[in-house]
Design a protein around this ligand. Structure first.
Ligand code: MN
Ligand code: MN
Length: 291
């Protein structure tokens, strides 16, 4: 457990810095590199590229190598950070809002929904019961949960292991939470006009290796040795022409799994809050900070 505790502390420190330091005018590319360097300075490694998803982009946006995007007034910015220590993963997210009343309300709703969800966690509780707490808080506050995204169990070297935690009381999530599980819970919230689901957008910058033995000028075997199955960013690779096309080809072959950005299906803004928790005998411990 020590590695999970340590990874959680790293993520918490990085998000504390992010919430204090990110401001209007900052380039997303510089922010991502800065936060990833903070993780490495704390003797951990990114569990996935820092996700910096703006407004209607709910998740899985990490800056491309030539990204000029800056934080602008009115932006709703999800900062989703993962760190691993010997493969043990901490995963957490906050939403930063730059002068946007609706955005503030969505962010506060995501934070409250996460708190309510965490309070339900104990051995024997079904995943859908945790989801119900999230959905209820969203509706009470006049918003809508994004059910196209879920929380997830975490295991060493495995970011999406075992059970999933839905963001509402959804059919099919009957599995029960067990003592000793490590679980990332992540409410995503959109407006009442939102669709509540996500669709892939045009940007694809995050991949993981599925088969390191496929021949390629991208050194799959080296990435596999460093990352195992954990996701990486295109901007982490040598900047050579044609890399993006090659990553697309490898994804079609099944040698890579691609994680396209995920956009709210009606184009409405989305807020997210996330913690990783450890399930104890009679509740849970938040590994990535205070809820
Ligand atoms: Mn996350
Ligand atoms: Mn997560």
């Amino acid at each position: 457990m020590d590695d999970f505790i340590e990874a959680g502390k790293v993520v918490r420190r990085v998000l504390d810095r992010a919430s204090k330091e990110i401001d209007v005018g900052d380039k997303l590319l510089e922010v991502a590199e800065y936060l990833e360097d903070l993780i490495r300075d704390m003797d951990a490694e990114p569990a996935f590229p820092v996700n910096l998803s703006l407004n209607e982009v709910a998740a899985h946006y990490t800056p491309p190598p030539d990204d000029e995007t800056e934080v602008e007034p009115g932006d709703v910015l999800k900062v989703d950070v993962g760190a691993h220590v010997n493969g043990a993963i901490g995963d957490a997210a906050i939403t930063l809002v730059f002068d946007n009343e609706l955005g503030e309300s969505l962010a506060e709703t995501a934070r409250k929904a996460l708190k309510a969800a965490i309070e339900t966690v104990e051995p024997g509780v079904r995943c859908k019961d945790v989801g119900r707490a999230i959905g209820e808080v969203c509706r009470e506050r006049g918003h809508k949960p994004v059910i196209g995204l879920t929380g997830h169990q975490v295991e060493r070297w495995n970011l999406h292991a075992g059970v999933s935690i839905p963001n509402d009381d959804l059919k099919g999530y009957e599995q029960r939470i067990e003592e000793g599980m490590v679980i990332a819970i992540e409410p995503f919230v959109t407006t009442e006009r939102g669709d509540g689901d996500v669709r892939p957008g045009p940007t694809v910058e995050i991949y993981s290796v599925q088969d390191p033995n496929v021949r390629s000028r991208v050194n799959l075997r080296r990435i596999w040795e460093e990352r195992d199955g954990l996701p990486f960013a295109r901007r982490w690779l040598d900047d050579r022409p044609g890399t993006r096309l090659e990553l697309g080809r490898l994804s079609k072959l099944g040698a890579l799994k691609a994680y396209p950005e995920l956009v709210e299906a009606a184009g409405e803004p989305v807020a997210q809050w996330e913690h990783t928790v450890f399930v104890t005998e009679d509740g849970c411990e938040v590994l990535t900070g205070s809820p």
